[in-house]
Design a protein around this ligand. Structure first.
Ligand SMILES: Cc1cc2nc3c(=O)[nH]c(=O)nc-3n(C[C@H](O)[C@H](O)[C@H](O)COP(=O)(O)OP(=O)(O)OC[C@H]3O[C@@H](n4cnc5c(N)ncnc54)[C@H](O)[C@@H]3O)c2cc1C
Length: 511
């Protein structure tokens, strides 16, 4: 079953065009479709394949927001009150996002125990205790922090304790319950499919090429199918530019002189297999080379992320050997017991953070100020805050015009993704067009350790049957997938089946 041609959209009109089906675009498409708006959601690649698929997968509980306030005197807090209030606001937002995801999508997030080691001379435990009290006062929405402060001799149950550096400086640790997404790109597929069920028109591999202001104040937008090259032009009242780190590029399709809004930074992470006792446990620490985060994800641990200024096309961001070695060195400096080497790295990924220029947080930009009324973009929006961003944008749209149709009911049931090639017909329903679409974003098996050459062949055959490919076309798809794996994941699948992963999952710190 192949995808309907983009040409079928020629001449159609929509209330809102959403550019980009990452965490922010897909959540906003669902929210607006539910509110009765006629939505067109397009992504130049697959749903969730952009920065969202490169995140550290953390649904932070707010400690990070309060980090900036740690170690300061009461006087400093009072003199910097506006900044402190911003930190509190951000922490409250993160707590609300954590509770929202955990209650609305319990199958897509899971609790893990995060440890922050304490060393003599660094941030004191009492300061983190204060932050924990503050977070509890702000409200955890029924998903407690399970905060504990442990002395050095009480760490027997903490898997990272044996591996930590400077044992003599090690004064203890704090632990708390945080949530991880494990698989944020599947959330994007879920939300895009929910938007479609609610009446939105949803297309992957469809790029916005150019946008022209129409005489009625709306936009005429030229779209291109990135796989077969076909084109269409649509009319929309409002464009929401949610293209992550590509936001400036999208705005420039409307005006080459529009000011840049993105402050891009590149982040690289490596994935390693740690012993089973580390599953459901993560570690966060400050190092002299920046924040160190080690988070369980799909049977592996993601370690990172680097943080370097990025210019250029975010699609070209890849993990270099130097960056991989740097992360290994950083890990071994903090956790000498891990003794990690290059051969332990199962894959390495790079992403570009779509930070806001001149501001640390999320900013909604109304481009009317740039002479582009009816164009709105969002910078600095994370996966964690994406559902709140969607609600802010729904309110923004509602202030401008009414929905074409009545609002719909509550959230539809989440689709139940099945892993493996046997579910290929279902993948076709979910608009999967390449092998990577199936194994990374519909079934997710490529993120795990047991994905191997045999599974790749079976997936390619099933997708080929579903799309009517001949054997040569299937081989071509396999070669393209292997090249993508090599470039963007620094991973070689080899030709033999892999050993099944021995790491099993269990739930930590249930609330
Ligand atoms: C290393 C790293 C670690 C991170 N860790 C976390 C974390 O732990 N927790 C967290 O919440 N956030 C984290 N983030 C931030 C988070 O990943 C991003 O802020 C978030 O994914 C942005 O989502 P988005 O939907 O705005 O953008 P994206 O996911 O990038 O989606 C934008 C989409 O727009 C599409 N697009 C671009 N141009 C066009 C066009 N012309 N036409 C059509 N479509 C187009 C792209 O294909 C893409 O799919 C991290 C980011 C990085 C890089």
């Amino acid at each position: 079953m192949s995808e309907p041609s983009v040409e079928l959209l020629e001449g159609r009109s929509f209330d809102v065009l959403i550019v980009g089906a990452g965490a922010n675009g897909s959540a906003t498409a669902e929210a607006l479709a539910r509110a009765g708006y006629l939505v067109l959601l397009v992504d130049k690649s697959d749903f969730g394949s952009g920065t969202t698929s490169r995140s550290s997968r953390m649904l932070h509980c707010g400690f990070r927001s309060l980090e900036g306030a740690a170690g300061k005197s009461l006087w400093q807090h009072l003199t910097q009150l506006p900044d402190r209030l911003k930190l509190l606001k951000s922490a409250r937002e993160q707590l609300a996002a954590r509770a929202d995801f955990a209650s609305v999508m319990p199958a897509r997030v899971r609790p893990v125990t995060i440890a922050i080691p304490l060393f003599r001379g660094s941030v004191g435990g009492w300061q983190i205790d204060m932050a924990a009290v503050l977070l509890s006062l702000l409200g955890t929405g029924g998903f407690p922090l399970d905060y504990r402060r442990l002395k050095a001799h009480e760490l027997a149950d903490l898997p990272f304790a044996d591996w930590l550096r400077q044992r003599q400086d090690f004064t203890g640790a704090v632990t708390f319950c945080d949530y991880v997404f494990d698989w944020p790109e599947r959330i994007c597929v879920d939300q895009a499919m929910a938007a479609e069920q609610l009446g939105a028109c949803v297309r992957n591999y469809t790029a916005v090429e150019t946008m022209f202001q129409s005489s009625d104040g709306g936009w005429t937008v030229a779209l291109r199918d990135e796989i077969d090259g076909t084109k269409a032009t649509v009319a929309v009242r409002l464009v929401l530019n949610l293209a992550g780190p590509w936001i400036d590029k999208v705005t420039q399709t409307a005006s080459s002189t529009a000011p840049q809004r993105i402050a891009a930074s590149k982040g690289v992470q490596i994935a390693v297999a740690l012993p089973e006792r580390f599953q459901d446990h993560g570690l966060v620490a400050a190092t002299d080379k920046g924040a160190f985060v080690c988070i369980p994800s799909q049977g592996l641990h993601l370690i990172g992320a680097t943080n370097s200024k990025f210019t250029g096309d975010p699609s070209d961001a890849v993990a270099t050997e130097d960056e991989i070695e740097n992360l290994l060195a950083r890990t071994n400096a903090l956790l000498p017991g891990a003794g990690l080497g290059r051969a332990d790295v199962r894959y390495a990924i790079a992403g570009v953070r779509p930070g806001s220029r001149g501001s640390p947080g999320r900013v909604i930009h109304d481009h009317a100020a740039d002479g582009l009324p009816g164009l709105v973009s969002v910078t600095g929006g994370t996966v964690a805050t994406s559902r709140q961003t969607a609600q802010s944008l729904r309110r923004l749209v509602a202030r401008r015009f009414k929905a074409s149709r009545p609002a719909k009911g509550e959230r539809l049931d989440l689709l139940d993704p099945k892993r493996g090639a046997a579910d290929a017909p279902r993948f076709a329903v979910e608009h999967a067009r390449t092998i990577a679409d199936v194994v990374f974003r519909r079934g997710g098996e490529a993120w795990t350790t047991h994905f191997d050459a045999q599974m790749l062949q079976a997936t390619a055959d099933a997708l080929g049957r579903s799309n009517g490919w001949d054997p040569a076309r299937t081989d071509q798809a396999i070669a393209a997938f292997r090249a993508e794996l090599d470039k963007y994941y620094r991973r070689d699948l080899g030709s033999a089946p892999s050993e099944p992963s021995e790491i099993s999952r269990s739930t930590a710190c249930p609330s």
